[in-house]
Design a protein around this ligand. Sequence first.
Ligand SMILES: O=C(O)CCC(=O)C(=O)O
Ligand SMILES: [Fe+2]
Length: 497
Amino acid sequence: EMTIDSAKSIAGMKWLVDMEGFFISEMESYTAALKNKIDEIESFLQEVQSKREISRRNPEEFVAHPLNAFSLIRRLHEDWTQIELLMLNQPGLENLESIENGLDVAQPTDEDLNDAINGIISLQEFYNLQPSDIAKGLLMGQQYNASLTTLNCMALANACQSYNFDKYALKWYKTAVELYDDDRDGLIYREVFGFSLSDLYKNYTSVLIRKGFRKTAFNLLRDVADLDANLWTLRKDVYEMGKIDVPDPTFTKSTWFDVTGCLRVSHTRKNLSCHYEKHTSDLLRIAPLKVETLSLKPHIVLYHDVIYDSEISKVKNISLPSLKSPLRILHAEDHNLKLAKISEDYHSPLNLRIKDMTGEDVKEDTDFQIDNYGICGFRYYHTDNLESQDQTAELGDRLTSIMFFMNDVAQGGAFVFLHLNLTIWPQKGSALVWRNLDHRMQPNEDLLHASCPVIVGSKWTLTKWLHERPQMFSRPCKKMRKSKSHDQSMKFKALNK
Ligand SMILES: O=C(O)CCC(=O)C(=O)O
Ligand SMILES: [Fe+2]
């Protein structure tokens, strides 16, 4: 099984672990075959070496003995030929081939790596984290048993440099340098991974110098110049530039996004009211729904335990193979996430429950969207309203959003209504419901919302949008909506207010 865009879905990434597991077992066989070859050569070598002491001291006396002479001739004639063949033979070629094929078919691409890098950079940016903390697995006060190496940090630093995020680049280079241990890493980094310590310092000091931190650059190189001839040269160059700091503190603003909402996340929920809803249908009289009102104007409610575990696993299983990256152009808000569409029968228990929750007709809107987020995946501020060109005459705009959280997220991944100062933490089985159009059928920019970057965990949501037109008869007082085009610029106007 093979998926593309690995970094964009946690659930779809599991197979990479299997892939590496396969590589490891192939490599174990490969090293076993190499070791076996070494053992064979060594035991032969030992045997010939044991006679060598005497033969080397006095060759003529050695061959004067018929047993030695005969053995020598036979050995040179037969055994050495065999050993030559053994030396020619390359063991483990089939394992090498398996690894080659695996990489050919399914190796993560440059794009996957970029997605992963961008995920880590968003994490840093949204939650104001320090690279040194991230690298040691300390994420917003939580210490994890996971960490980054010099090579990881260097890749992040180089990416930040290419994005002109100088401030981030400096911090990642600093962390990369701090984590480097020549005794531990030197040999394998240089010989196997093609790592060059002088390149790391060259990149690091070039940003330092560009920003005017010459003294820092010089001091840095003074301590490591002995490690590498190239570093000596680099140190000399920096020295000749002069050790005087001429700081240029004009770091290009490194923010990609307005991150306020996600950092400001409140852990306590505004508990407006909580009640059991039992009046909408017969079904609810037997099993009332627990619902919490989060906001009155606009009206936003959160249902608890409103989707069964069995429904959740069914939905995940059905959608997993069809999870796809959203098209970049159409969904500019989506970062490292995948989605799938499923359709349920109009009379399915879930659709009936939604009818009870919303009092609206589900007949024309039997579809659901499933999202699974990838590495630090998030959805940037948007409203759920459709652009006018995406609306059909039969359905119109999205009137009601119903979003089920299909699991708890270990850390991050909050749902935030920016202007309402409302944070909803994903909680398995709960569902958020709100209306995207007011009673005049106008979009409401107060409903601008985002899904903050997941820090740790796999976030799954199930969303249903009930469109405006089919609800004509379930909504008591309707007025015609003015045909005002709702475009992207409104969202950004709203963001800047
Ligand atoms: O997954 C989330 O928390 C937000 C999803 C969302 O806003 C959307 O699908 O429109
Ligand atoms: Fe949304």
